[in-house]
Design a protein around this ligand. Sequence first.
Ligand code: NAD
Length: 357
Amino acid sequence: MSKSILVLPGDGIGPEIVAQALKVLDKINQQFDIGMVFEEGLLGGAAIDAHGVPLADATLARARAADAILMGSVGGPKWDKLDRAIRPEKGLLKLRSELQLFANLRPAILYPQLADASTLKPEVVSGLDILIVRELTGGIYFGEPRGIRTLANGEREGFNTYKYSESEIERIGRNAFEMAMKRNKRLCSVDKANVLEATVLWREVMDRLAPEYPEVSLSHMYVDNAAMQLVKAPKQFDVVVTGNMFGDILSDAAAMLTGSIGMLPSASLDKNRRGLYEPCHGSAPDIAGQNIANPLATILSAAMMLRYSLDQEPAAQAIELAVSKVLDQGQRTGDIMSAGMTQVGTDAMGDAVVAAL
Ligand code: NAD
C-alpha cells in the first residue's frame, strides 16, 4: 500500500536541506520497498509570495489527506514586516492546530563523535539520549482570555491564561508513557505544582495514569529544578513530559546540550500518530543558498517519520546508523566542524548519507 508524504520545504535553507532528506528517502524507499509517494507544497514565506497567505486551504487539505508531512523551516527577514496574522510562522501554527498535532517529540541525542561540540564537559553529555515530550496545542500559548487591556487607573495590563483540561493532560501523558515503554522506562513529568493550580491537576493526572504502565517509573520535578538538572546532570533523564511553555524552553536548553542545532530532529503527532516532521532549527536566512547548512536534522526527522507515522522501525534505524557512519568517517558541515575532520557542504553530506545506506 502506498504512503503519501506531503513535502513542505518552506523558506531559507528549507529547500536545500529537504532535498537531501528526499535523496535519503528515495534510497530507503527502494531498499525497504515502503511505497512512499511524495508531493510538494508551499508553506510560510514561499506560500505568502505565491498565494498571499502562509498556508493555503488547498495545502491544508493535502496535509489532512497525507500519511505524514516532512517540512524544512519557515520565515525570514523578507516577511518580518508583514501583518502578524499572515506571517510565515502563522502557517505552521495553523497546520499544527488544524491537524491537532498535540504531541511534540524532541530527542536530544549527543552522538559520541560530536562530544566536543557541546559547551558542557564531554563526561557530562557523552552518550546523552533524552526525549522531551512537549504538549503543543494547549497551555498558556493558546489559553483564553488573553490580551492587553487598560485598567480603570489608565495603566495597561498584559494577561494570558494557563489552562489544561484533564483530557488534554491525559492524551499527552499516555503518549509519554508509551514513548517511555519503548525506551528506558523512566518518565519525568515537569510542572510547577507548588505555584500553579493548572499543573497541580497535571501532576494528579500523571499519577492516575501511572498504574496503567507498571513498568514505567514515573517521577515529578518542578520546572526550575528541571532546568538546573538539565545542565548539571542531563543523563539522569530518559523521557521528560511537560506542558507547552515549559517544554518550549526546556527542549531548547536540551538541544543546546548537544552542541549543534543542525543535528536535532522533531516530530509533532496527532492521536493516531500521523505527524509533521521538521528539524528543530529555523530557516537560517544568514546561510541560505550557500550549500553550507547541515541537513542531518532534517534527515533524522525523516527517520522519525518512518518510525512513528509509517511504522518502519528498521528503515528508521538504517538512516540513523548511516548518519553515525558518516560522522565516523569524519565528514562534517561547518556547524559541527572540528580539527582533523573533513568539511563538506549540504549536498555532499546528503550524498554521504545515501552512500552509507
Ligand atoms: P535559526 O535556527 O534559523 O538560526 C540560528 C543560528 O543557527 C543561525 O546562525 C543559523 O545559521 C544556524 N543554523 C540553523 N540551522 C542550521 C543548520 N541546519 N546548519 C547550520 N547552521 C544552522 O534561528 P533564527 O535565526 O532565530 O530564525 C531565523 C528564521 O527562522 C526566523 O524567521 C524564525 O522565525 C524562523 N524559525 C522557524 C522555525 C520553524 O520553521 N519551525 C523555528 C525557529 C525559527
